[in-house]
Every structure is written in structure tokens, then in C-alpha cells.
Design a protein around this ligand. Structure first.
Ligand SMILES: [Zn+2]
Length: 234
């Protein structure tokens, strides 16, 4: 590895640690629960097994290749297989986050998907966020179920377990994990007050189309010279 690659790897290790700590700070994970990874070279860099996020150091982040092999003193998270399978099956995935955040997990423990009760559910790239059937943590069966739960979306609940999602980078994966936790909270609050009617499929199709282009500035211009849309509060 040349010096430029070594420094890029170091920066990515630091970013994985920062993201793992941010999950703990925002209450999305506790202790050593959940895990974070970023795609790197012929595999990915992932948080190690069993080390609390506040004690985590960049050198403890583990490089795992696409065959599942790793080197060094630290074992990768027991959920490395789910991360590997997302990178193997979703070429656009640059980072993966898995949480046991309270409200997403509460919904997952009921085995229920997150429906289109609010338009922001489209942040995961579909009309709803599915809930994958339960399988023991760390197993191939869980990973298979997870891929089915993802479908063509960027997130899925995992029954009796939690949430997993991916993004093009750590920032996008974090945004999705945090948003889905907030949506699961709002959904459970709304439902506690009575039945919740989902948005119709044609409206969700419209929202998904807007999300596809949201935030994209015209090519060659960092700042548009006129307000293009009123979407800034999405
Ligand atoms: Zn887990």
C-alpha cells in the first residue's frame, strides 16, 4: 500500500470510530451494541467485537475481506457477515450501520414493518421499511433474511433484534439510521393514539421521485443562483 492509500485508510478508520461514537452519543446504540463499517479496498473496515464505543481507537477497527478473513489482534463484530453481504450485493453501498436503537427495535420485536405513515419513510428508498424474519445473530440465515428484508431499499428492521441500513458513505448511513429511529418513535406514538392511515402508493411514488433528485445542485455550480425548489425542509 502506498503512502496516500495508508493515509486514506487511517482517515476512514477515524471516521468509523467517530460514527460509532456519534451513534452512542445520539442514543442509537449503547455500550458495544451495534456496529459500523465502511467499504475499503477488497473488503471493509468494521468496528471490533465487544469494545465499548467510548474506548474505541482507530487501530482497533478491523479490515475484513470479502471472503470474511481478517488479521490482527482484534476480532471483527460478530455481525461482519451482514456487512459483507451488503457490500457484495449492493455495489452502491459505501458504509453500513447496524443499531439496536430503542424504537426501531421495539417495532422489530413486534415483527412489523415501518409503513408509509409519514413521507420521510422514503429516505430508505422505498414505500416502507420491511422487517426481516428472525434468525440467530451472526448467522448466515440472519444475513439471508436481511437481504430479503432490504429488497431494493437501504434499510430493514431485523425481527427481535434491531435495524440495519447502508448509504453511499458513513454520513448517509448515519442519516438513515437516525431518521428511521425517529420515524419508528413517531409511528409508535401515533399508533398509541389510534389507527394510522398510510399515505397512498401514488403519493409515495411522487415523494420517492423527489428524493431521487433532492439536494443535487446543477452541474458546475456549487450554489444555484436562484432558489430551485421549496424542498429545503424535507
Ligand atoms: Zn445486533
Amino acid at each position: 500500500m502506498n503512502a496516500a492509500d495508508a493515509s486514506r485508510e487511517q482517515a476512514l478508520r477515524t471516521a468509523v470510530v467517530r460514527t460509532a461514537r456519534a451513534l452512542a452519543e445520539r442514543g442509537l446504540n449503547r455500550g458495544a451494541a451495534g456496529n459500523v463499517s465502511a467499504r475499503w479496498r477488497d473488503g471493509f473496515l468494521i468496528t471490533p467485537s465487544g469494545i465499548p464505543y467510548d474506548a474505541l481507537q482507530p487501530e482497533q477497527i478491523v479490515h475484513v475481506n470479502m471472503q470474511g478473513a481478517w488479521q490482527g489482534a482484534w476480532k471483527p463484530s460478530s455481525e461482519w457477515r451482514m456487512h459483507r453481504d451488503i457490500y457484495a450485493n449492493r455495489p452502491e453501498a459505501g458504509a453500513v450501520i447496524h443499531t439496536h436503537s430503542d424504537y426501531a427495535t421495539a417495532l422489530a420485536c413486534r415483527g412489523e414493518p415501518l409503513p408509509a405513515f409519514h413521507y420521510m419513510v422514503a429516505i430508505a428508498g422505498g414505500e416502507f421499511v420491511d422487517c426481516a424474519p428472525y434468525a440467530t445473530f451472526g448467522t448466515e440465515a440472519l444475513s439471508r433474511n436481511m437481504l430479503k428484508g432490504l429488497g431494493d431499499r437501504k434499510a430493514t428492521l431485523l425481527a427481535h433484534h434491531g435495524l440495519i441500513c447502508y448509504g453511499r458513505d458513513l454520513a448517509e448511513a448515519f442519516l438513515i439510521a437516525e431518521e428511521i429511529e425517529g420515524l419508528a418513535r413517531q409511528y409508535l406514538i401515533a399508533r398509541a393514539a389510534g389507527p394510522v392511515k398510510p399515505l397512498p402508493p401514488d403519493e409515495m411514488a411522487r415523494v420517492l421521485e423527489k428524493f431521487r433528485t433532492y439536494g443535487q445542485q446543477p452541474k458546475g455550480r456549487k450554489h444555484a443562483s436562484r432558489p430551485e425548489t421549496s424542498d429545503d425542509d424535507v
